[in-house]
Each structure stands twice: as C-alpha cells, then as structure tokens.
Design a protein around this ligand. Structure first.
Ligand SMILES: *Cc1c(COP(=O)(O)O)cnc(C)c1O
Length: 419
C-alpha cells in the first residue's frame, strides 16, 4: 500500500478530485474570497511535512526532530515580516476564524466588549456576530454603513466606541467594496483605549501588492487568511508591531487555542509569500482592482445597483432588487451558466440571509488566469443576460448559450495550478 498513488489506492476519491479540478478549470470563478494557488504552493502542501508534530515555536518545541521544521517556520515568519513590514508574525493559525479567536483570547476576557462591523453590512462572523462564539461569549456592539452612501460611517463608529467603550475594535470584512480607513479607526481606538485589529483576510494580497493602503503603523494587530487575494494555501497569520502584542498573540495561538501547527501549510505559506514578494505580484494586485472596476462599470451601465456605487478593491456587491430577482435564484442560474458567484445580503436587506437580495462577485481568480478588462466586460454582459432571462422566467436557452461561450473563454485562459 505504502508506495501506491491515490489513483490506485482510492480510485473513487481520485475521480472526485479530478472532477473538481475539471469544474474549476471550466468555470469562471467570481467568488471574491477564492483564488487559484500556483503549482509550487500545491506541491508544498502535499508533502511529508504533514507527518511532523511541532507544538511550540522555533527553538522552543515540545517534540524532538525539529531541525528542518524550525527552518521552514522561520522562513515563513521572516518572509511575512518582510512582505508586510511588521516586526512580528505568527503563521500557525489554522485558518482565519481561529486567528481571530486568538485575538480575543490575547486581549479580552469573556463578557468584555468588542466593536465590529455587523455581518449583514459586510463584517465577518468572528467580529462579534450573534451566532458566533465571539458574539455569544463577548458583549458585541456593531457598526454598519450609511444608507445613502453604502460606506462605513466613521462618525457612527466613534459614537458607538464612546458609548460602549470596547476593549477591541475590528475593522475589515468580507463584503466591503471600498478602501478601509485604517488611520481613522486607529484614532478612534486610541481615544477609547481599545486594541485595534485590522482583519485583512480579503485584501491581504492587495495590501502586499500595494493596491490597498496598509494597516501597518495604524492597527495594533493584523489578522489575515492566506488563501484569498494573497493566493496561498488555506491558512492564516497574525501580525503585530509591538513586542507586547506579539507575545500575547503567540501565547493565545499556542498553547491558548491550538496544538501542533500544520507544517505542510506553513511551508506552502512560505512559498506564497515568496511569490507575493516578486514584482509580477504587484502587477497582479493592480490588475485585480482594474478588472473589478471594469466589471463594475459594465454592470452599472447595464442597470445593476452596486452597493456604494462601485469598488476600490477586488469585489463588487450588488442588490438585484431592481432586476426583479433575489440573489439566490440569480446565483444558481449563473452557476449553471458556468459563472460562479455567491448570494449575499446587502446593507439594510429586507430579505433573509439564506435568501438575500444580492450577489457578491470578485476578480482575484479570473485575474490569476490572466484575464483583463476586455474579458471583464464580456463577463458583465453574460451576468446581465442570464440574470435578465431568469427574472423573466425564460432562461434555459440563454444559460446553455452562455455556458458554451464561458467554456470557450476558460479554454483560452488556463488556471494556475490545474493540469
Ligand atoms: C474569510 C474571512 C475570515 C475567516 O477565514 P476562514 O479561513 O474561513 O476561517 C475572517 N475574516 C474575514 C474578514 C474573512 O474574509
């Protein structure tokens, strides 16, 4: 058994993986939180590093045999520090949600107050939303966006901060199409004596590539996933500038929340950070934003109602109410046409989260395939054709035709990492 390939050991599973690979190759992936990792990142993920336990940190482990693992983790940490310009980085969090939990554990006690963006406005579950442990075990206050602009209202954030006196403030989110004003959040956090956490999970690749301002120098701690715009494996990092915050974060991750780090992921994060430090990643980050703006422009011109009127980053959130259809039936029809999106609440959504008014789309994946503004305009036209047809209740022919055209396009732009 030991030397046999997946194909011969478990053909059923091998077939499923091959089917998913084909699906990823043949669809236009517009999910804002996803990307295609390089072959090099995939290769590092599938290595014998998965066999090794290494609780602790480099030089201070609880198991022997760390001669190589210590070097790998140190390489990842040093690359993170240099790419983002921070003094401390922890690359061990298993994913974005546990990374954020570590921030609570580092700075709060149960029952303390956190101020975060509400989930329906674009915040993340872990920023104190009610169904999350962070909303159940902590006292959460929530800010949103202005109804007239669709943008975060910094006056509201300040008023809430003064009223609730949070120990922790989160900025950043999952469906925010506009630049985060880190200096303004930092000023409010200082005024009320709160720790400011910038959660850059969605925009880390844009920050690394210089296409979004950096929270460094403003936020006390920075949390990020590594698998979204940063284009690494599924994982996360925590970063800080001060020694005091870094020590608190390290203790919170291990032994506070986790056991052994996933060393194969750590290695793949190191590879992704190396890739993100290359000049062509800057060009990638800039193109992600240009593509999102071209797509937003095309959609707005076709009568779509974009939250905040457009985008500064990689994502577009749109309210389909004027098109006479909900987000869920639209996303399902688009998926059948080979255009993969997700249905999403929009600010002040009158509908339920499982059947909301909007869809969220993003350009990180299509940009990784080498698509540019011309392809974005074509994709915008397809989205309009499908959504309009579904709203009219007569979409089968349109879905079939668009699916064929999508296949022709994806064949011209092979996705990184796929065979
Ligand atoms: C994706 C995301 C997370 C959580 O990441 P997981 O890896 O899915 O747990 C946390 N915060 C923000 C802002 C995110 O976008």
């Amino acid at each position: 058994m030991a030397g046999n390939s997946l194909n011969s050991v478990d053909p059923e599973l091998a077939r499923l993986i091959a089917a998913e690979e084909r699906r990823q190759a043949d669809t236009v992936k517009l999910i804002a939180s996803e990307n295609y990792v390089s072959k090099a990142v995939l290769e590092a993920t599938g290595t014998v590093l998965t066999n090794k336990y290494s609780e602790g940190y480099a030089g201070k482990r609880y198991y022997e045999g760390q001669q190589v693992i210590d070097q790998i983790e140190t390489l990842a940490v040093e690359r993170a520090k240099s790419l983002f310009g921070v003094n401390h980085a922890n690359v061990q969090p298993y994913s974005g949600s546990p990374a954020n939990l570590a921030i609570y554990l580092a700075f709060l006690n149960p029952g303390d107050t956190v101020l975060g963006m509400g989930l329906p406005f674009g915040g993340h579950l872990t920023h104190g939303w009610s169904v999350s442990a962070t909303g159940k075990w902590f006292n959460a206050a929530r800010y949103g966006v202005r109804k007239d602009t669709g943008r975060i209202d910094m006056d509201e954030v300040r008023e809430l901060a003064l009223e609730h006196r949070p120990k922790l403030i989160f900025c950043g989110g999952t469906a925010i199409p506009r630049t985060i004003d880190f200096p303004a959040f930092a000023e409010i956090a200082r005024e009320v004596g709160a720790v400011l956490a910038a959660d850059i999970a969605h925009i880390a690749g844009l920050v690394a590539g210089g296409a979004h301002p950096s929270p460094v120098g403003h936020a006390d701690v920075i949390s990020t996933t590594t698998h979204k715009t940063l284009r690494g494996p599924r994982g996360a990092m925590l970063m800080a500038t001060s020694d005091e915050h870094a020590t608190a974060l390290n203790k919170a991750v291990f032994p506070g929340l986790q056991g052994g780090p996933h060393n194969h992921t750590t290695a793949a994060i190191a590879v992704a950070l190396h890739e993100a430090a290359q000049p062509d990643f800057k060009a990638y980050a800039a193109q992600v934003v240009k593509n999102a703006q071209a797509l937003a422009d095309e959609l707005a011109g076709r009568g779509f109602d974009l939250v905040s009127g457009g985008t500064d980053n990689h994502l577009i959130l749109m309210d389909l109410t004027p098109k006479g259809i909900g987000g869920k039936p639209a996303a399902k029809a688009l998926d059948r046409a080979g255009l993969e999106t997700n249905y999403n609440t929009v600010p002040f959504d009158p509908r339920k989260p499982f059947d909301p008014s909007g869809i969220r789309i993003g350009t990180p994946s299509v940009t990784s395939r080498g698509m540019g503004e011309a392809e974005m305009r074509q994709i915008g036209a397809w989205i309009d054709e499908v959504v309009t047809a579904v709203a009219k209740g007569d979409a089968e022919d349109v879905i079939a035709r668009v699916h064929q055209e999508v296949s022709d396009l994806t064949a011209q732009f092979p996705a990184p990492g796929l065979s």
